[in-house]
Design a protein around this ligand. Structure first.
Ligand code: C2E
Ligand code: MG
Ligand code: MG
Length: 636
C-alpha cells in the first residue's frame, strides 16, 4: 500500500490547523472561504487513504463498497475544485448575493458531476502480476476530471479577467496551489505508484496559509490588536453587506502621555491595550500611524460604549490609577454616511487635518456636514487626477497691454480644467486642493509644458510680444528640483528663457523662501525673469519686494479696485507706485475693466495693464485670433 505520502499530507494539514485555531482571528470572508478549502482538501486526502485501504481489502469488505469509496474520493476532488473557485471569488464579489448568484450555476455543475461520477462505471488497473490495483480508470474518473477541468479553467479565466479586483497575493497563492496539483497529477499519471496528488494538495493549502491566511498577518506586532490590513478588510466587508456601524478613533498624539512618567509609559500603554482588547461589544484595531480604531457593530449601543471608554480614560491608568492619558477622539456614530472604506479612512485624515472645530476640541463627533465637505474635496481631487491623466488641462491666455509701446506685449497663462461634461472649471475651484495634495507640482509642470509648446508653435515676436507670464504656486517654489525640471522642459521644447516670466507669491516659511531663492537664482542664471504676483492682497508686502529679485510687481485686482473705491487707499497705492518705480521695477495693474480705470492707471505711470478692458483670458486659438486682429488693426 502506498499511503505514506498521503499520511505526511494529513500530518502537515493537522499541524497547520493547530496553528490556525490558536491565533486570534477576526470574522473575515476570506477566512471562511479558506476553511472551506481546507476541509475540502482534508477530506480529499483522507478519502484518498481510505479508498486505498478499502480497495486493498475489497475481498474482505465488498467489491461495490470499495468502488463506492473510490468514487467518493473522486467526488472530494470535485469538492476541492469548487471550493477553490469559491475562494478565488471572495475578492470579486463584494456582496454575498452576487457571489451566490454566480456560484449557483457552478453548484449545479458540481451536483451533475457528483451524479455522473457515482453513476458511471469505474475499473481497476492491475499490476502485471495481477495482485495489486495500481489505479482506477473509466468513465467515472473522466467525468470527475472533466468537471474539475471546467472549474480550473474558470479559475484561471477569472485570474486574468478580474486581475484588478483580486488581491495579487491571492492570485499568486491559488496559482501555486493549482499548478502544484496539476504537476502532481501528471507525475502520478506517468508513475502510477507515486501517489502524490493528495500531498501536493496539502502543500498548496500550506502556501495559501503562509501567503494569505495566517491570522498573524492581521495582528499588530507591538500590541496584539488587529492591524490596518484587518481593519480595511473588515470594514470593506461591513460596507459590502450594507451594514451600518459606529467608529471611535482614539488618537494618541505627541502630548497624550505627557502626564505619565517616562518609565511608566510602556506599562500604561499596555494597560490601555489590554483594556481595548477586552472591550465587550467592540473590536479594536491599530494602524501604523498609531491611530486606534474601535468598531461597534451595533450603532445603537455604540454611544454608551464610547461614553464608557472615555470614562475609563478619565479614571486614570497605572498604579492606583494615578496616570492620566489624554488622547483625542473622533467619533463617527453612523458609518453609512460614507459609502466605502477608502472614504471612511480619508474622512478621518481629512478631519484631522482640516476640521477647525476638531483642532480646537479633544472630542469631535463627525456629522453629515463634515462628510459633505470631505466629499467635495475628494471630488475636486478626482477632477484634478482625471484632468491630468486624460489631458484635460488647458491653458488660457490673458493679454497684457504696454502703455509705453501701446500694444499687447505679453500675456498671463492661466490654467483651466475641462470636466467630463466638457465644462471649464476655473482655478479658484481646484488650486487650493491641488496645493494641499501636492498635485500642483504635476499640474504646474503640465501648464509650463503647454506654454512652452505654445511659444514654439507661435513665435511671440511676430505679434510684438516679449514673454509669457506663468504662475508658480508656493508649493512649487518650495520644491528643490523646480529649477532643473523647468530648465529641462525649456530645453526639450527649444524655448529661449527670455520668453518666460514666472510669477511668484510670498512664501510663508523662511525655509520655503530659502528654497525659492535657490530656484530663482538657478532659473535667472539660465535667463528666466520673475514677477511678484498678488501685490496688495496681504500676501505680499513691500519688504518682500526688497528681498526678491523680481523685475515686475503685479498689483492685484483688489488693490486696483480699492483705489477707485476708497479715498485713503489712493495714497497707499501712489506711495507704492513711487517706491516700486524707485527700485526700477515695472508694474502690471490687474483687473482693469473700464476705460476710466485704464486711463487712471496710465496717468499714474503704470507701464502694463491686464484686465477685461482688453480681454478675458482666452483659449489658445482665440488668443491667437485676438493677436492677429490687433496686428491687423495696427497695420491698418
Ligand atoms: P492671478 O495669478 O492673480 O491671476 C489673475 C486672475 O484675475 C485671473 O483669474 C484672471 O482671470 C482674473 N482677472 C484678470 N483680469 C480681470 C478683470 O478685469 N476682472 C476680473 N473680475 N478678473 C480678472 P483666474 O484665471 O481665475 O485665476 C485665479 C488665480 O488662480 C490666479 O490669480 C492664480 O493665483 C491662480 N492660477 C491660475 N493659473 C494658475 C497656474 O497655472 N498655476 C498656479 N499655481 N496658479 C494659477
Ligand atoms: Mg498670476
Ligand atoms: Mg495676480
Amino acid at each position: 500500500m502506498h499511503i505514506q505520502i498521503q499520511c505526511c499530507g494529513v500530518v502537515l494539514m493537522l499541524v497547520l490547523f493547530y496553528f490556525y485555531v490558536r491565533q486570534k482571528r477576526i470574522a473575515l470572508e476570506t477566512q471562511k472561504a479558506f476553511l472551506v478549502v481546507f476541509w475540502a482538501s482534508f477530506l480529499c486526502i483522507a478519502f484518498d487513504i481510505f479508498s486505498i485501504i478499502v480497495i486493498e481489502y475489497r475481498h474482505v469488505l465488498s467489491e461495490p463498497f470499495a468502488k463506492f469509496i473510490a468514487k467518493t474520493y473522486l467526488i472530494t476532488l470535485l469538492g476541492v475544485a469548487i471550493s477553490a473557485l469559491g475562494y478565488m471569488c471572495v475578492d470579486i464579489y463584494a456582496k454575498r448575493d452576487e457571489y451566490w448568484r454566480d456560484m449557483r450555476k457552478y453548484l449545479v455543475l458540481e451536483v451533475l458531476g457528483v451524479i455522473g461520477t457515482y453513476a458511471a462505471p469505474l475499473y481497476y488497473n492491475y499490476s502485471p502480476d495481477g495482485t495489486e490495483v495500481l489505479y482506477t480508470y473509466g468513465p467515472s474518473v473522466y467525468v470527475t476530471y472533466g468537471v474539475a477541468l471546467i472549474f480550473f479553467v474558470r479559475i484561471f479565466y477569472l485570474m486574468k479577467k478580474e486581475k484588478a479586483r483580486i488581491n495579487p497575493r491571492r492570485r499568486e497563492a491559488v496559482c501555486i496551489w493549482l499548478v502544484a496539483w496539476i504537476v502532481a497529477s501528471q507525475i502520478q499519471f506517468m508513475y502510477t505508484n507515486v501517489l502524490i496528488v493528495g500531498y501536493a494538495g496539502s502543500i498548496g493549502i500550506m502556501v495559501l496559509y503562509l501567503k494569505l491566511e495566517n491570522p498573524e498577518t492581521n495582528l499588530d506586532r507591538s500590541t496584539g490588536l488587529f492591524n490596518s490590513g484587518a481593519l480595511y478588510q473588515y470594514m470593506k466587508q461591513l460596507f459590502a453587506k450594507e451594514k451600518d456601524f459606529a467608529v471611535l478613533v482614539i488618537l494618541f498624539e505627541n502630548n497624550a502621555y505627557q502626564n505619565v512618567q517616562l518609565e511608566k509609559r510602556d506599562l500604561v500603554r499596555m494597560e490601555i491595550v489590554e483594556y481595548l482588547l477586552k472591550l465587550p461589544d467592540a473590536l479594536a484595531f491599530k494602524n501604523a500611524e498609531d491611530e486606534y480604531f474601535v468598531l461597534f457593530a451595533e450603532p445603537e449601543t455604540a454611544e454608551a460604549g464610547v461614553a464608557e471608554i472615555r470614562r475609563r480614560f478619565q479614571a486614570g491608568w497605572g498604579d492606583g490609577n494615578a496616570s492620566l492619558v489624554h488622547p483625542r477622539w473622533l467619533y463617527l456614530p453612523h458609518a453609512d454616511v460614507v459609502d466605502q472604506t477608502e472614504n471612511l479612512l480619508y474622512l478621518v485624515r481629512y478631519i484631522r487635518q482640516e476640521e477647525k472645530e476638531f483642532s480646537e476640541n479633544d472630542f469631535f463627533r463627525i456629522e453629515k456636514d463634515s462628510v459633505d465637505k470631505m466629499y467635495r474635496k475628494r471630488e475636486v481631487e478626482q477632477l484634478i487626477i482625471d484632468a491630468i491623466e486624460n489631458d484635460r488641462v488647458e491653458v488660457f491666455y490673458q493679454p497684457i497691454y504696454s502703455t509705453s509701446e501701446q500694444h499687447i506685449t505679453s500675456a498671463e497663462a492661466l490654467v483651466r480644467i475641462r470636466d467630463r461634461e466638457n465644462k471649464i472649471v476655473p482655478p479658484g475651484v481646484f488650486i487650493d486642493t491641488a496645493e494641499e495634495s501636492g498635485m500642483i507640482l504635476k499640474l504646474g509642470e503640465l501648464v509650463f509644458e503647454k506654454v512652452c509648446g505654445f511659444i514654439r508653435k507661435h513665435p511671440l515676436e511676430q505679434y510684438g510680444m516679449h514673454y509669457i507670464e506663468v504662475n508658480l504656486s508656493v508649493v512649487q517654489c518650495a520644491y528643490e528640483n523646480l529649477a532643473q525640471d523647468y530648465i529641462n522642459i525649456m530645453e526639450r521644447y527649444g524655448v529661449d528663457p527670455r520668453y518666460i516670466n514666472l510669477e511668484i507669491t510670498e512664501s510663508a516659511s523662511t525655509n520655503a523662501k530659502k528654497t525659492l531663492l535657490g530656484n530663482m537664482e538657478n532659473l535667472m542664471e539660465y535667463g528666466v525673469h520673475f514677477s511678484l504676483d498678488d501685490f496688495g492682497t496681504g500676501q505680499s508686502n513691500l519688504n518682500y519686494i526688497v528681498d526678491m529679485p523680481v523685475d515686475i510687481v503685479k498689483f492685484d485686482r483688489s488693490m486696483t479696485n480699492s483705489y477707485f473705491e476708497n479715498g485713503k487707499a489712493k495714497y497707499v497705492m501712489e506711495a507704492a507706485i513711487h517706491m516700486i518705480h524707485g527700485m526700477n521695477l515695472e508694474i502690471v495693474s490687474e483687473g482693469i475693466e473700464t476705460k476710466e480705470q485704464y486711463q487712471t492707471m496710465e496717468d499714474l505711470g503704470i507701464s502694463h495693464i491686464q484686465g477685461y478692458y482688453f480681454s478675458k483670458p482666452l483659449p489658445e486659438d482665440e488668443f491667437i485670433a485676438y493677436l492677429e486682429s490687433k496686428k491687423a488693426e495696427q497695420g491698418a
